[in-house]
Design a binder for this molecule. Structure first.
Ligand SMILES: Nc1ncnc2c1ncn2[C@@H]1O[C@H](COP(=O)(O)OP(=O)(O)O)[C@@H](O)[C@H]1O
Ligand SMILES: [Mg+2]
Length: 257
């Protein structure tokens, strides 16, 4: 327990690993033996068409769902089946595709509640809120209820709430969906800060391939519950199987060079 310190308990864990994950829903095989590793200080992009199993994988890794088979490891510890709350206190955080903020609380309160929930004391939670409001350029909106925020601010609040738990690993499920181009560029720099200044490992799901290619060190591609490709951004860009599954064509602009 973190009774005597400002920050929640942490131990130095360098990797998060999902191995051989299977999950089916009423006959739909959502994941078929997917393995994925995320280290601190890196951004891994996770892409694939709708229904590929991306959100299911994130739900399983963060304790919102349980795999039929397979295991999740945080460092050496098998964390399969741990509750989201326990995982949150162990350094895992996520954002959601849909809004998950408390609509009646202010932006600042939402961030503080998140920090408090991960075990921070009130003084530390307030400091965390100051830092994240600044980092995400939300300071001017801090007193507004979350329920009236414009979409771009709402997405950033989701990220702030995830970071407020001081995570070692952050899993972001389409955090940039619906953002304008300028907001996406701003968002890319936030993700780099999370990696470089905070030292977290980031798993980034997004349909904006430009954003994924821009910020990821490695990219994993899911299709129909299986990993169909994994590699460096340049390798993924030129991969025929990816073009077929994801872009619906084998002929890309890159072929014209
Ligand atoms: N709770 C659920 N109940 C039934 N089917 C689900 C559930 N969650 C996901 N699925 C199914 O699993 C597959 C993968 O879904 P999902 O992980 O949401 O894909 P993605 O995030 O890549 O779009 C889809 O066929 C989806 O309909
Ligand atoms: Mg999804």
């Amino acid at each position: 327990m973190a009774a005597n310190s400002d920050e929640p308990d942490r131990w130095p864990v360098e990797t998060l690993r999902a191995t051989g994950i299977w999950r089916s829903f009423d006959g739909v095989q959502a994941l078929e033996g997917v393995t994925l590793e995320l280290a601190r200080h890196e951004v891994v992009g996770l892409i694939g068409p709708n229904g590929a199993g991306k959100s299911t994988l994130v739900n399983i890794i963060t304790g919102f769902d349980v795999p039929d088979r397979g295991n999740i490891f945080l460092g050496e510890d098998d964390i399969t089946g741990w509750s989201p709350h326990r995982l949150g206190r162990s350094g895992l955080a996520r954002t959601f595709q849909a809004t998950h903020s408390f609509q009646g609380l202010t932006v600042r309160e939402n961030i503080e509640v998140s920090a408090l929930g991960s075990g921070a004391k009130p003084v530390a939670a307030a400091r965390t809120a100051d830092r994240l409001l600044e980092m995400l350029d939300l300071t001017d909106s801090q007193s507004q209820p979350a329920g009236i925020l414009p979409h771009g601010h709402e997405r950033k609040l989701g990220v702030a709430r995830a970071l407020a738990t001081n995570p070692s690993f952050v899993l972001m499920d389409e955090p940039a969906a619906g953002l304008h181009e300028g907001e996406v560029i701003e968002f890319a720099s936030v993700i780099r800060d999370v990696r470089d200044e905070h030292g977290a490992g980031v798993l980034l799901i997004d349909h904006n391939i430009g954003l994924i290619l821009d910020v990821s060190q490695r990219i994993e591609v899911l299709d129909q519950g299986r990993t169909i490709a994994a590699g460096l951004p340049d390798e993924i860009r030129g991969n025929d199987a990816v073009a077929t599954a994801y872009l619906g064509t084998t002929h890309t602009e890159a072929d014209d060079d």
